[in-house]
Design a protein around this ligand. Structure first.
Ligand code: G3I
Length: 379
């Protein structure tokens, strides 16, 4: 660069700085950051969930992308009790171990998912009906996993999805056998096994006011009992039209007021119609193969691509506004082809919920999110 070019460059930088409205972030045309993780390095961890296929070496290009773009990682299924602790006396640590090596090699924050969850549960655990025996089983399970990964797992989803939509306790087998004390027991055992590791309560629809109140009650109770809860994980399985981001914001504020970090632990934005949104739709109705419910089999129209980009931009604006409270934003899947939303709530659809398309190209939504990263922090 010669002297004149340098002067022009400095002038452009100054002009941009002067034009940025005070106290606001405004979108630039393009980002100078090279990756999501560098773009938001001063804000929060940028994470991703990977499948067994990724861990087992069947998706090398996707793993390259993961290493390039993200600095936090979660095993999508490999550490759930059914997979990692299939029999009372036998464990299958291979996938988690392998992922741990990848995380270490790439200097990533590791999230253990999930110690206690009613779904994808080991059959032996599900069969327990005695309260004392359940407590012992949970201790064994939690202790085995947490101690094995001391210094490697940075944060554990200790209990996943323990609440109903109205904020009451879900009648899981754990709850039926031990009452709400299973939560306290799980957090206590995890804390005992690794006093340094971050302890997370993770759940979906945490933007809902009733469920928000339930989480606040739960965390306060755990804190009163001496548990150092580190974070609430709001999963973030959202859509183009909902939830209203003012509800998400109210929840971020409410959880932060408890003195804990807030995470967005499983972010994706479905672009497809939801059977629950259809007036009069019978949920049990079989929508498999329905073109109406799977409208973008041959590609996402530009108009919807744009809507997705706008939605992600709005979402990340909110995240940046609350970056003092949010410590991690993790996507639930690497690229559109990998997302669980291709198979739920209707099997075999073609969905587009993430920032990378099926050929791993950045989508407009990626550009929209990256563009925000150039901007001055909101005061
Ligand atoms: O591995 C088997 C395979 O051997 C078999 O052939 C195939 C047949 O269906 O199933 C495969 O297992 C599936 C597994 O994903 C791995 O792909 C299960 O059926 C399927 O139920 C399972 O779904 C996972 C789901 O949790 C289980 O509840 C999704 O991948 C995973 O993305 C999803 O993740 C959850 C979070 O853990 C908690 N929050 C909600 C989130 C979305 O549901």
């Amino acid at each position: 660069m010669n002297y004149r070019h340098l002067l022009v460059f400095i002038a452009v930088i100054c002009l941009c700085a002067c034009q940025a409205p005070e106290g606001e972030r405004s979108v630039q045309e393009s980002s100078s950051a090279q990756s999501l993780k560098s773009a938001f390095a001063d804000d929060f961890f940028l994470g991703v969930a990977v499948s067994a296929n990724h861990i087992n070496g069947n998706k090398p290009r996707e793993m390259e992308l993961v290493a390039r773009e993200f600095n936090a990682i979660t095993a999508e299924n490999s550490m759930k009790s059914m997979n990692i602790h299939p029999e009372r006396d036998s464990f299958f640590f291979d996938e988690a171990d392998r992922l741990m090596v990848f995380a270490e090699e790439n200097d990533m924050h590791f999230v253990g998912h999930a110690l206690v969850w009613h779904s994808q549960q080991s059959p032996w655990l599900e069969k327990i009906t005695d309260s004392a025996e359940m407590a012992i089983a949970l201790t064994e399970h939690i202790n085995a996993l947490v101690t094995r990964y001391i210094g490697k797992v940075d944060a554990w989803d200790v209990v996943n999805e323990a609440l109903n939509e109205d904020g009451s306790y879900r009648e899981s087998n754990f709850y039926k056998v031990m009452g709400r004390d299973y939560l306290l027991h799980a957090f206590r055992e995890a804390q005992k096994a690794d006093p340094e590791v971050d302890l997370i309560y993770n759940d979906y629809n945490l933007w809902k006011p009733e469920k928000r109140a339930g989480v606040v009650r739960l965390v306060k109770w755990l804190q009163d009992e001496g548990i150092d809860v580190d974070a609430v994980g709001m999963q973030g399985h959202w859509s183009l039209i909902g939830p209203d981001l003012s509800d998400v914001e109210a929840s971020i504020n409410a959880y932060a007021e408890l003195g804990v970090d807030v995470l967005v632990s499983e972010l994706d934005v479905t672009a497809l119609p939801n059977p629950w949104d259809l007036e009069g739709a019978e949920i049990s109705q079989n929508f498999e193969g329905s073109e109406y419910m799977d409208p973008y089999r041959s590609g996402l129209p530009d108009s919807v691509q744009l809507l997705l980009a706008e939605r992600y931009e709005d979402i990340f604006r909110l995240f940046l506004k609350h970056r003092d409270k949010l410590t991690r934003v993790s996507f639930w899947g690497v690229c559109d082809g990998h997302s669980w939303l291709n198979g739920w709530p209707i099997e075999g659809r073609t969905n587009y919920p993430l920032l990378f398309d099926r050929s791993l190209k950045n989508k407009k939504a990626y550009d929209a999110v990256m563009a925000l990263s150039n901007l001055e922090a909101e005061e």
